[in-house]
Design a protein. Structure first.
Lengths: 325, 325
DNA sequence: CCATGCGGTGAGTTTTCCTCACGTTTCCCG
DNA sequence: CGGGAAACGTGAGGAAAACTCACCGCATGG
């Protein structure tokens, strides 16, 4: 009589899932029944119903006991985690909510080269525990249990997300100090190979488009990962085109040089969240701290004319000004 | 009549939680009732029961509508995530289980210096997507949604966990090539400061205990993070005592030297999981791959006499043999 | 071969949950 | 200012879900 409810159909008997989880954990309907203080018949029927609902067997019955299907095992494992989360959530609620750590997803190289080394200071300053998940590209906040994602706004940002600009991106060629003599400043020619990365294959082309004179290199090498290209540059094997934020520490320590300066490429780093960032104090403080720190890095190589502050995210404007030689 | 069931008391009416989540999302009992295809009376009662169960108000009633309590809002947010996970889990089950990425927790410096740079190769070789969570110390597999944790077995491992040895740890002093002349090989004296880290304050003492002649340094500096100590060593500011696995790439690239060699400190790197690792093909392959790679690094500085292969984890044996000069 | 342990099943009962109808309060608007 | 609408609370009654009970069948193992 009732129309098939899509929302309801998607989530079958919650109780049955709980019973199944218990049975799977014990590997026995009888023991699950004991745990749940019901008879084994009740458990048997719940699971039978659930299997009918899902349209697949969860257990193989052997009349001497039940054994999980391969798929049943996988489902049970996830359910165990989920019901555990549920218990935690309720326990936290009853206890008055002791916070979980803030989970931040961040592009791996930025993670490595900038974020992780300075997280200790953030914890000390704010008492806020942060977990860093090294991941780039598209993100599913719920699936990955991520509170905040740091990304460049060089792709269309899902309108359902909340975003705040952290700072401008600025790119520039970098090489090791030992390799620096191979750069002819007047012609803009490097007698070194250009180091490319597969993740941003167009970076050199984009830089050349925005900057004159164009930089010439002796050869091209492509690395799988940004981190590797920077490592190659550190080793004096060529010139990498790198974000100032990724090589800031290496520049400051004198391990790398940026003979052509760094120039904004029109993109920004943004913080993305599934929920309004203002609403979450921890996220707000983290974004503010990150913005301050990354803008400070930027200021070391850029004239401080129009540093972008934290503000509501806008589509990347095409400005490409400001340079340091 | 029934004894108060602890397991059951901890998880109150699952259906009520679902109803609450919907009501919280809509900010209205009536609309939740529409979504769930029940009357508003049913929703009202479910939530009332839930509040009685939890012993706290979730909504503030204003007779013109309901408004979430602060605690109610927090609970609703977590429930939304949890029910979302549940839907995902069931959808995956129905679809025949498209796997989620393998989540690996790893000490940050090892992450940075070793794991992340080589993950691309693993993905290419196996097609297994791995997410890396940079975190050290104790781990809660369920809370952090971690499949596998890489740790050193220098602490008591929870007996409920499953462990597999990956490879031996080996430590040694490292400095930059520029600083190498400040090492007197015959006396074992560095005319450089020793770089300590707060996370392993006893590392130098332990190394000295196991090795003769003892290494002497001119001063001591303590860094907050291993990564920073290694960076300081890269910059020629002193001698850090580092794991071969963390500096392997830097040694290979000639950015660091290990003039005293590397010696096992009796600990091993182990992979920990909440579930039997053999049972999970992805986890098994990852551990095997990691073991091969880390043992290869080890082999570059150690005589290949008794390289530990993947095996069931045992408490760290006290052997401290094998050295390279 | 029989005792034992484990699950399946059908009938009947209990409990839960929902509906219905009505009451209350607040807000809006003519 | 007063009626109507919107939103939630509530009590009685009923439908549906869940559980119990008792019995069956099938392995296993002494």
């Amino acid at each position: 009589m009732d129309a098939p409810d899509p929302m309801r159909a998607r989530l079958p008997q919650l109780g049955a899932l709980r019973v199944f989880e218990s049975a799977a954990r014990h590997g026995s309907l009888t023991r699950a029944a004991e745990e749940l203080h019901v008879t084994h018949g009740a458990v048997s029927k719940q699971i039978k119903n659930l299997e009918a609902d899902l349209g697949a067997a969860l257990f193989v019955r052997r009349n001497r006991g039940v054994f999980l299907t391969e798929r049943g095992r996988a489902l049970a494992a996830r359910l165990r985690g989920i019901f555990g989360d549920l218990e935690d959530a309720l326990a936290d609620f009853r206890a008055g909510e002791p916070r979980q750590p803030l989970v931040v997803s961040c592009e791996p190289t930025l993670c490595l080269k900038f974020l992780i080394p300075s997280l200790g200071a953030f914890l000390q300053d704010t008492g806020i525990e942060v977990r860093v998940l090294a991941a780039g590209g598209r993100i599913d906040f719920r699936r990955d249990h991520v509170d905040l994602a740091i990304r460049r706004n060089d792709f269309a940002i899902d309108g359902t997300l909340h975003a705040r600009v952290i700072c401008d991106e600025a790119m520039g060629p970098v090489c090791s100090p030992e390799a620096l003599p191979r750069f002819e400043a007047n012609t803009g020619r490097f007698h070194l190979p250009a180091l490319h990365t597969r993740s941003r294959p167009d970076a050199w082309a984009a830089w050349t488009r925005l900057n004159r004179p164009a930089i010439a290199c002796t050869a091209d090498m492509t690395y799988e990962h940004f981190y590797l290209a920077i490592e190659a540059a550190l080793a004096g094997q060529g010139v990498a085109l790198a974000s100032i934020h990724m090589v800031g520490r290496d520049l400051a320590a004198g391990r790398l040089c940026g003979p052509c300066g760094f120039r904004p490429d029109g993109t920004q780093y943004v913080a993305l969240s599934a929920h309004p960032i203002d609403r979450d104090e921890r996220a707000s403080r983290f974004v503010a701290w990150l913005s301050a720190r990354m803008n400070a890095t930027l200021a070391t190589v850029m004239p401080p004319n129009a540093g972008s502050q934290v503000a509501d995210a806008q589509p990347a404007k095409g400005h490409a000004i400001g340079a340091t030689r």
